[in-house]
Design a protein around this ligand. Sequence first.
Ligand SMILES: [Mn+2]
Length: 479
Amino acid sequence: MDNYEQFRQSIKLAAERFRDVPKERCIRIVSHLDADGITAASIIINALNRENRCYSISIVQQLNSKTLESLSKEDYSCFIFTDLASEYVDEISEKLSGKDIFILDHHEVSQEKAEKIKGKDNVVFVNPILFGIDGGKEISGAGVVYLFSKELDERNKEYAYLAVMGAIGDVQEDKGFKKLNHEILGDAVALEQLEVREGLRVFGSQTRPLHKILEYSNNPYIPGVSGNESMALQFLQEIGINPKKGNDWKRMGDITDNEMKRLVAEIIMRRSGEEKPEDVLGYSYTLVNETKGTPFRDGKEFTTLLNACGRLNKASLGIGACLGDKRSKQRAMRALDEYKKHIVTSMNWYRDNQTNGNIIKGDRFMIINAGESIPSTMIGTVASMITKGNGIQEGTLVMSMAQAMDNTTKVSLRIANPRNNIKDIDLREIVKEITNKVGGEHGGHPQAAGAIIPTEKEDEFIDAAKAVLSARCLEEKIV
Ligand SMILES: [Mn+2]
């Protein structure tokens, strides 16, 4: 049996175990608050609805010993953790002993932790990483939940598109999907839920006018067009694409395949002075059953909306939207607007705090300490935007910190446009190294990692981070 078959086998066994859970038992679902966690929760809700099961659900930013403690005091005898909990598998097994636990996740976990629960029959642990499958790129949390749900009932295939959204939300799409994600996409396409179109790698296919998309396109950068609305309009006219359709602006979906080809070719020409002029191609994923011109119809826009809901502590709106609830969808769109405003305020804070000590700049690393100025649920997103922005040297490690309300500080670590030779850098290991010195709990993926530390330890943490990050940058330079 190869590792994929073994992984599938583990899902099969998990589904069998789940069937043994008596139907009258109410199930406790705990999921992660990002787009992947929200779609994972939505898939399992749909699957449990089909089985006429009763459940209650919580969405959390991260598990910790405290949340586990309070979960253990609850009355439930069956728990399903989706898109989180791998890091806590041994602690969960202990704290929730005597209960049926299902962990459906794709986050990193050490073999040593997985070993610890071998032989403990209260935990059913499904994670592709245990079989050497890349949980960062090949399958999302929602993907794992999808495969489990499909094993429970073949008809749950109808939620394949949600699993694809989970993968997009976790940035697993990179000019297409790999392996398991690719198969799940195949399910969604076969059921005509998703349509895949090759074209420009840009954001806003459904909700932004075409010329606005070009204006806002920073990556890929279009010389003479990016950042300039009138030049974007002129560019379209010059290449024979009328930016208007009647009285309205044209959107991405309005242009023909031939126009798309021309647009791509002309943008590549414009980029002839750039390092990789042809690096503009990508796919768009259209949720064909959703209304045109809404963020629900485009994969990237939909997952941004789900993230927005989660980050504003309104995950239930995101779940409602995934379940097709009209009112939730309306409110989720308003949450998206609110989220965009927060992003603008946060980026302004970043711009205005370059020299006052809140941002520490090292050689190829940067530490951003936002305190209470950026919501702790958004600091990871803001850090990602900073790493993607202009004016940051590729390979720079960006560590950002923001305070939560419970006297903890949320830390996130990202890397700016990694070059190929440092693509293999494991951010999670770096965070672990720092928390090992100072304390706190770490988690995440090799490509995007984080930690939660007591706020009183911030200074100590920053000192340790400086040492670890500069040592790491030195090593990378030697390579
Ligand atoms: Mn995930």
